[in-house]
Structure formats: structure tokens, C-alpha cells
Design a protein around this ligand. Structure first.
Ligand code: SAM
Ligand code: DTB
Ligand code: SF4
Length: 316
């Protein structure tokens, strides 16, 4: 039952107005749309693994893996195939349906491809959805990943085009958009979202969502991350976000991209069960599941399973 039109003509002022809408009205709109596109009891579980850690040449101000900041991270080369597959098997056993791998690269090098393609092959043999986030991609690189069986590619816009310049200087917004185009041209599914709580304004949050929703095709998955403040990064002391801001961002993502999976992503360790329940009510229908994100801690899997059970939610 898909009654709503999927729009690609969102205007900044109407999205800012959504951010100013009373929370009850906003959640009602979001939940109504959610039910037209999804089973409201289902939550998709994705497990992350960092397959290459640290020493990244980019200067993303939020990131523990940037070589520009001293965050005390132990660096690691690209993990051997077997180690990755064991982690995927374990994720599957714990109930994850998608295995997402991240690498601290600006862009993968051609010499990494044989190993990446082998990893994809092996994960597809486990009958899991497979996602990678490796930095910028050329169209040809995206096609290679697609032909090995990759389902999703994650590449976040992170924030508005305006605020982006205060967060990253080593690559521009247009390069991110070009990677997203290359990923679509290769017929990969797109996972693209951003981070809130980096000191951006409401207009910046609205502008990020406008850019996402006005792409030629909505991203299939939209991760909404709350900044995890990492000691040693320029954002370590940024002001803490009011808890309801993540609920609003999720509700508005749901309203603007009603058929996409909206993921309550980084930052759940800081959230209590009630706040997470509110995020599900606002239209989040996916989480990162597993005790680690890429380098940062995530919630305990037993706790998550129990929370879903208490809320009558079913993993999918
Ligand atoms: N290097 C690749 C890239 O940047 O595209 C892939 C890995 S990168 C760590 C993936 C995403 O993680 C970033 O785009 C950002 O949205 C998110 N992220 C990184 N550090 C974070 C933090 N401290 N808090 C919240 N999200 C974070
Ligand atoms: C996304 O949007 N969030 C994930 C995933 N895509 C790659 C990463 C969150 C990273 C949090 C910080 C860390 O674990 O290093
Ligand atoms: Fe590198 Fe990605 Fe971290 Fe930016 S977000 S520093 S590109 S690992």
C-alpha cells in the first residue's frame, strides 16, 4: 500500500518549518507515512566491521581515524579475508541481515580490489546483504564492486554544503555527490545520510535532508548518526545535542523519504531505551547492531534484543 508521492522538490523553508512543528504532530505525520511503506513492527539489523583502521589522509573533524588528529587509535592494515568472514558469520548468527564494512581510505586503490572482491563473494555465499564504505569511488570501481555482488555502498554527505567546509577541507561536497552518482550508475543501492550534533544550525540539518531527498533517487538507506565526540578531534568539546533533536531529524527524514530505511545509527550508547523507542516511533526502522561500530563502542547485543522484544519489534 503506497499512497504517497515520492517527492524530489523539497524546499528549504518547508523543511525548516517541519523542524519547528510540535513534536506530536511531527511524529504523527512520520508514523502515518511509515505505515504506508513499511511493516511498523520491523527493524532491520546491520552489523559493522572496520576492515582497515586509522591513518586516513582526510581531515574529517569528527573522525577518530583521521591521521590529522591524535586520537590514540591503534592502526591496522586491510584485514585478511578469513577474519572478515568469521566476523560476518558471527553477525549472521546473532541475527544481523546486513554486513557493512568500512575502510579508513580517501579512495580504495586498484591493488586492494582483488581482496575486496573476494570478501564480497564470500559474504554473499553466507546469504547476507553486503555493504561497503571505502571512500570516494570512480564509476569503474563501483561497477567492479557491483559485479562481485555488493548490494549497498555507504557514502554520507554528513551535513549541509555550507557547514561541510567547516568540517572537511580535503575533499569537497561535489566530490561526494559525484561518488553517489557513480554508485547509482553501477546500479548499487545507496546508503547515504549524515551526522547531527557537530555544531550545525537547524538550517544546516534541513539543507542536508533537502539534498538527500532531492537526489534523482532517494537513498535506499539513510543513516542518521549522532556525533560521538572523540577525544583528540576538533569536535571533542562541541555542545551536547538536546535529545529530541535526533527524534526530529529521524521523523523529518521519514516524512521526506518515506520509502527509505532510516537508520538510527551512531550514538545509541548515549541514548536511553525510551529515547530509542521514540526514534522508532518517529520512523527509524534500522539500527547498527553489534558491540562495535567502526572504532567506537555500540550498544550491547543482548540489551538490543531485549529492547526490541520489550517494544514488540521484530528484527528483519
Ligand atoms: N572513509 C570512508 C568515508 O569517509 O566515506 C568510510 C568510513 S567513514 C568512518 C563513514 C562515516 O562514519 C562518516 O561519513 C561519518 O558519517 C560517520 N562517522 C565517523 N565518525 C563519526 C563520529 N565520531 N560520530 C558519528 N559518526 C561518525
Ligand atoms: C554510518 O553512517 N555510520 C557508520 C557507518 N555509516 C559506516 C559509522 C559510524 C562511525 C562512528 C565512529 C566509529 O566507530 O569510529
Ligand atoms: Fe577518513 Fe572516512 Fe574518517 Fe573521513 S570519515 S577521516 S574519510 S575514515
Amino acid at each position: 500500500m503506497k499512497q504517497t508521492t515520492i517527492r524530489h522538490d523539497w524546499q528549504l523553508n518547508e523543511v525548516v518549518a517541519l523542524f519547528e512543528t510540535p513534536l506530536n504532530d511531527l511524529i504523527f505525520q512520520a508514523q502515518t507515512l511509515h505505515r504506508q511503506h513499511f511493516n511498523p513492527q520491523e527493524v532491520q539489523l546491520s552489523t559493522l566491521l572496520n576492515i582497515k583502521t586509522g591513518k586516513c589522509p582526510e581531515d574529517c573533524a569528527y573522525c577518530p581515524q583521521s591521521a590529522h588528529y591524535d586520537t590514540g587509535l591503534v592502526t591496522e592494515k586491510l584485514l585478511p579475508v578469513q577474519e572478515v568472514i568469521e566476523a560476518a558469520q558471527q553477525a549472521k548468527q546473532q541475527g544481523a541481515t546486513r554486513f557493512c564494512m568500512g575502510a579508513a581510505w580517501r579512495q580504495p586503490k586498484d591493488r586492494d580490489f582483488p581482496q575486496l572482491l573476494e570478501i564480497i563473494n564470500e559474504i554473499k555465499a553466507l546469504e547476507m546483504e553486503c555493504c561497503m564504505t571505502l571512500g570516494m569511488l570512480s564509476e569503474q570501481q563501483a561497477m567492479q564492486l557491483k559485479s562481485a555482488g555488493l548490494d549497498y555502498y555507504n557514502h554520507n554527505l554528513d551535513t549541509s554544503e555550507r557547514f561541510y567546509t567547516q568540517i572537511i577541507s580535503t575533499r569537497d561536497y561535489q566530490e561526494r555527490l559525484t561518488t553517489l552518482e557513480n554508485v547509482r550508475k553501477a546500479s548499487l543501492k545507496v546508503c547515504c545520510g549524515g551526522i547531527i550534533g557537530m555544531g550545525e544550525t537547524i538550517e544546516d540539518r534541513a539543507s542536508l535532508l533537502v539534498t538527500l531527498a532531492n537526489l534523482p533517487q532517494h537513498p535506499d538507506s539513510v543513516p542518521i548518526n549522532q556525533l560521538i565526540k572523540i577525544a583528540g578531534t576538533p569536535l571533542e568539546n562541541v555542545e551536547t545535542l538536546d535529545s529530541f533533536e535526533i527524534v526530529k531529524a529521524i521523523a523529518i527524514a521519514r516524512i521526506m523519504m518515506p520509502a527509505s530505511r532510516v537508520r538510527l545509527s551512531a550514538g545509541r550508547v548515549e541514548m536511553n531505551d525510551e529515547l530509542q523507542a521514540l526514534c522508532f516511533l518517529a520512523g527509524a526502522n534500522s539500527i547498527f547492531y553489534g558491540e562495535k561500530l567502526l572504532t567506537a563502542e555500540n550498544t550491547d547485543t543482548n540489551h538490543d534484543q531485549n529492547l526490541l522484544k520489550r517494544l514488540g519489534l521484530k528484527p528483519c
